[in-house]
Design a protein around this ligand. Structure first.
Ligand SMILES: [Zn+2]
Length: 87
C-alpha cells in the first residue's frame, strides 16, 4: 500500500486559476537534449497566441513586430530533465 505522495496544498482561487492557465497554455513536445543525450520531454511556457493575434489586428499589424521580437527573445523549449534549452 502506498499513500499519495503529494498532499493538496491550500490555494486561493486566483492561484488555482493561474495554475490551470499555466498548465493549459504550457506546450509539450519531444526534443533531443544534447546534455542528456537522449530524446526528452520539452516544455515551453504558453505564448498566448490569441491575445497576440488580437493585438496585431487592433494595431493593424504593427503588433506583429513586437510579437516577432518576443518570439525571438523567448527562451523557447526547455528539457524537462535538466532545464537546458533544446531544439
Ligand atoms: Zn536534458
Amino acid at each position: 500500500m502506498q499513500e499519495p505522495s503529494q498532499r493538496q496544498e491550500r490555494l486561493t482561487p486566483a492561484e488555482v486559476t493561474a495554475r490551470i492557465v499555466q498548465i493549459v497554455s504550457q506546450q509539450e513536445t519531444t526534443k533531443y537534449c544534447s546534455k542528456c543525450q537522449k530524446h526528452v520531454l520539452a516544455l515551453r511556457p504558453g505564448t498566448s497566441r490569441f491575445r497576440q493575434m488580437l493585438l496585431t489586428m487592433i494595431t493593424l499589424g504593427f503588433w506583429s513586430i513586437v510579437w516577432i521580437t518576443d518570439v525571438v527573445r523567448r527562451p523557447g523549449w526547455r528539457c524537462s530533465d535538466c532545464d537546458q534549452r533544446v531544439g
